[in-house]
Design a protein around this ligand. Structure first.
Ligand code: 13P
Ligand code: SF4
Length: 317
């Protein structure tokens, strides 16, 4: 199906008829982002899902995001256009693995990135996203041990920012972001020394970027470690003429809309998440026509996960 005017009209009419709000993550295909009622990062979309008065949420993103919406709004129908849209990072730790890790560190506070399954969230004290991970960890008394999972690069960023020695980090990674590496970033920055660098903390190159700044190879004020939503705010605030973007390539669409005069370029233009791209115009229309795929979280798991997700949406900007 093409994302043409008749597709748009049908999607919006079906959404209206079934009292549905369409949410799209910043990594979605441009045509999906453009038709959504709201686009945003994981934290913003969770907050919108929790506050919305629509009876149905159509979540154009990956499965854990739709699950998080269901945990926050159990009385609502939550649909995802393709339930096979998983996440390699969320798959890097299971509930059983987390229980075993907790047993090795009794009394530790468990902080899980939102990119986790509902089962892992049910074993978690506080969830976080890339935009509030530092604030969440900073809110924990300094003498408490912290288990941070599952992303090692975001974990390293939080450890650097908070200066916490008692933070243990799970060795998971997102295959898309881990593939955006330091040498690639350094080469692109050398080609355009005036460019700002917007780097998602899940990237393998986040540490290298700070190294480049520390060595004076790139001016420190040009290096920003940001969630996808914060990249949009930063784009509106910068005076740079060009920006190198280290994250999933879907992000470029919102950035270009927010600041059309800036030349945004991907550090790695192969950094595309195949799960995010499963949400096609065809899948979205099928979702609305057939009320599929519905996201379910069993009640007991949802109840246990809810407190940690609720803390996440309350902490930070
Ligand atoms: P944010 O939108 O919270 O920055 O997360 C990025 C991501 O990788 C989601 O899969
Ligand atoms: Fe998961 Fe990575 Fe895709 Fe984000 S980009 S949904 S972390 S696999």
């Amino acid at each position: 199906i093409e994302a043409d005017a008749s597709w748009r009209a049908e999607v919006l009419e079906l959404a209206r008829q079934r009292d549905a709000v369409i949410l799209a993550h910043n990594y979605q295909l441009p045509e999906i982002q453009d038709i959504a009622h709201h686009t945003g990062d994981s934290l913003a979309l969770s907050r919108i899902a929790a506050a919305s008065d629509a009876s149905t949420i159509i979540f154009c993103g990956v499965h854990f995001m739709a699950e998080t919406a269901k945990i926050l709004a159990p009385e609502k129908t939550v649909l995802i256009p393709d339930e096979r849209a998983g996440c390699s990072l969320a798959d890097s730790i299971t509930g059983a693995e987390l229980r075993a890790w907790k047993a090795e560190h009794p009394g530790a506070v468990v902080v899980s990135y939102v990119n986790t399954t509902a089962e892992v969230k049910a074993e978690t004290d506080i969830c976080c996203t890339s935009s509030n991970a530092v604030d969440v960890v900073a809110s924990i008394p300094a003498d408490r041990e912290v288990l941070f999972l599952p992303d090692q690069f975001l974990g390293a960023h939080v450890k650097r920012e908070t200066g916490r020695e008692n933070l243990h980090i799970w060795a998971g990674e997102c295959h898309v972001h881990a593939g955006i590496n330091g040498p690639e970033l350094a080469a692109r920055a050398a080609e355009d020394p005036e460019a700002d660098l917007f780097i998602h903390p899940e990237c393998g190159c986040a540490t290298s970027a700070l190294y480049l700044a520390g060595e004076g190879i790139v001016p420190a004020n040009q290096v920003r470690i940001l969630s996808t939503g914060d990249m949009i705010t930063a784009a509106r605030g910068t005076t740079a003429k060009s920006v190198l973007v280290a994250t999933e390539v879907g992000m470029l669409h919102q950035l270009r809309k927010a600041a059309p005069e800036i030349d945004f370029r991907a550090v790695n233009d192969r950094a595309s998440c195949r799960y995010m791209k499963m949400i096609t115009p065809t899948a979205l229309l099928r979702c609305l026509r057939e009320n599929k795929d519905e996201v379910h979280v069993d009640l007991e798991t949802a109840k246990r996960a809810q407190a940690s997700v609720q803390r996440m949406i309350e902490i930070g900007k």
